[in-house]
Design a protein around this ligand. Sequence first.
Ligand code: BES
Ligand code: ZN
Length: 878
Amino acid sequence: MRDEDGVTIRLEDYRPADFQIHHVDMTVRLFEGHAEIDTTLELERRPGAPADAELRLDGDELTLTTLALDGVAVPAQGFEAAADRLTLRGLPQSGRFRLAIGTRIEPERNTKLMGLYRSNGVWCTQCEAEGFRRITYFLDRPDCLATYRVRLEADREAAPILLANGNPVGGGPLGELRHFAEWFDPHPKPSYLFAVVAGRLDAVSETFVTGSGREVALTIYTERGLSERAGYAMDALKRSMRWDERRFGREYDLDVFNIVAISDFNMGAMENKGLNVFNHKYVLLDPDTATDADYAGVETVIAHEYFHNWTGNRITCRDWFQLCLKEGLTVYRDQEFSSDERSRPVKRIASVHTLKANQFPEDQGPLQHPVRPTQYREINNFYTATVYDKGSELVRMIATILGEQKFRAGMDLYFERHDGEAATIEDFVTCFEDAGGIDLSQFFLWYQQAGTPKLEVSQIYDETAGRLTLRLRQSLDKGAAGTGTRPMHIPVRYGLVGANGQDLDVSGASTDARVDGDLIHLTGEEATVTFDGLSGRPYLSILRDFSAPVDLRYNEAEADRLALARLDPNPFGRWRALTDMVGDALVAAIRNGQDAAPDSVLDAMVAAAADETLEPALRAQMVSLPGETELTRLVARDVDTDVIHAVRVSTLAALGRRGQGTFEALRRELADTGAFSPSAQAAGRRALRNTLLAPLATAARDPSVAVTQYETARNMSDRLAALTVLTHHFAGSAAAETALGAFYERFVDDQLVLDKWFMLQASAPDAGTLDKVVALAAHPAFRLANPNRARALLAGLAGLNPYVFHRADGAGYRWMADMLGKLDTLNPQTAARMATAFRSWRSMEPKRREAAQAALSELAGRDGLSRDLADILDRTLR
Ligand code: BES
Ligand code: ZN
């Protein structure tokens, strides 16, 4: 599948491997400083494969120690071994044969955190996407499914716990000092789902009984002394298991389910069969050290990785171009889980907010690619917001188009047809065509065409006739990916809202498009929908629940927005109307040199905050101003981040002044009393109370309300909210410095809280931040090799702090480029991921644009860059 230049992999070049690996037998011997891996592959030439086909196994930085075919050492002319490939010739034409491969690796020196590595003394693995080839030579591709039997051997002191995929099948002592454990995974799986863990770990365990009565032993392992913090994760796991049974009819399929929390981990977590490995930030929680956002994050990630057992593991991907088959679908499933467990509108608003913040800029910039890409240089760079979040939106649109029951029938058909297989997007979509009795060929363009379609909406109301006419129009620009621009199937959910806030009956609409209740299927470039017999002009609540991931262009009157923000019966519609109004007002102020958004807009926010018919979490979302990063996206061209910062701060203060009485009363009413609960309701109350802190403190130009909250806080949400206001709005003040110092002292031994301390300072929009960040990079607690710590500082600045990252003098860009260069020598994957912060450089004003380009070009020109980082830089500059 690799090009001649060894660089670009293309979907169109896919073909199955010439050999099939039926079974893998592995012995992993762990020692201080190195590991020995003995692997026996049970192989067979695939029917129809050429008789002279060589066996070409993937490797990455490997050293071969032994090689035997059916028990006989392979002679030198029979193979060729390099660090990245093992090639064998003259293998049997038919029948199964056994190939024994010995490799030797050094987990302690593995700073890429791919393959087998050591984190804080614990041996662990990360194999997705192409990490298994760093352990042994293999057909390291997702369409090669095999059963695995794994034997682990290690020092009993250093590694009392020995874990692998599947069920435990044996174990015992090995002489005085060592011991072993054996595991067997009966479910054929691709190598990317392989995992082993060994170390000194604490555990919490519970039993789960599945719907059909099977007992499953659930265990969460943590580093020593931290297992009390795994209780909420365990609870989330059990709720996830029950939910997947109820909502999708999916039961767990092994005797054990293990989760291990690791402190050095590139990503959030990994769904290895029966042995999920997690970044410990998505397992460990208590009220003192974790915020409500952390609790919600743990719940989501636990659910997501668990749900992969069916969508990803039982049915996996044929090749990495099909990544959204498992990731987009599993994000959809975890979003649905959170909606059912917490609040549907609040979750939907949060997801749409994330999509717009992360995926829209990706889809509209140099890193644009379709949800199913057709080529890549480095697959790690395609675990993107487009594959994940837009991929989830596509599944959601299929559910919207089919309706709940047919969607479920399509999912059932997918599981029935493809269980045990490595499937494609075509396979997936065909199941919904068959179950729904519907043609989704036009819909399929969503997977192939990159870019955010524009949806233009206009309306004409004829007073005398009582007739409302809606016009919808779609268009798609050719972007960096250069894919097609054909009209797509866009489901547009809508409502007409009467003056008293009631939904009008829309069943009598006449149209040249297909309309199905409150859903317009826009399939052509344009559609017109007409409503007759109206007694007055209704308010149009368009694109309810964000029924399609489009860029809505609707010249909506402010009076309509104010009305919808107050009385749309669809809660998402209320948020949509208000935030579009706030966003437009801020962009206008920024572009026209005004000081702040107008009072009419601020008053609508104050009213939303006080509206007791809405749940507090939703009110918090409605009274939140867009962040500076979001404003950077909304301004879109010739961006000056100094102006954005100035306008946002004055608007925040103006909001605090307009709402002062209301906000103070609300904060008293919502004050923390009684025992801590992590429930969505309790978190929502804290969210609303804490959202009001910044406007009040900035309006008063006085940090004391935040100081008091910091000093009296009884949980991390309240404490961090106060500290954020102090560091971000009173940077450099005695109040801020005192609180930061106290926070450090209090949590100096807690790695996860120290990450917050680093990130908070890096994300402060203040002229002094860059100097502070330079000093923090030299702080004894800073470790570039730890991804969480590196992200806290680098992504804290480049991702969360446009005011400093986009400094007009270019110093932010240069610092970031320099740090990325250093990080790249340790951990290319994490460096490449954070380099995407540069993706919007072309939307800056000329001076910044030039500075960004210079910093990027300097970095891109360095020798010895990883393929990961070079790929991102090349595409960003192209
Ligand atoms: N399979 C991924 C983990 C992964 C990502 C492995 C990239 C290798 C490369 C996992 O299921 C995942 O998607 N994790 C997300 C969190 C999730 C809730 C979206 C992550 O790690 O960010
Ligand atoms: Zn995933």
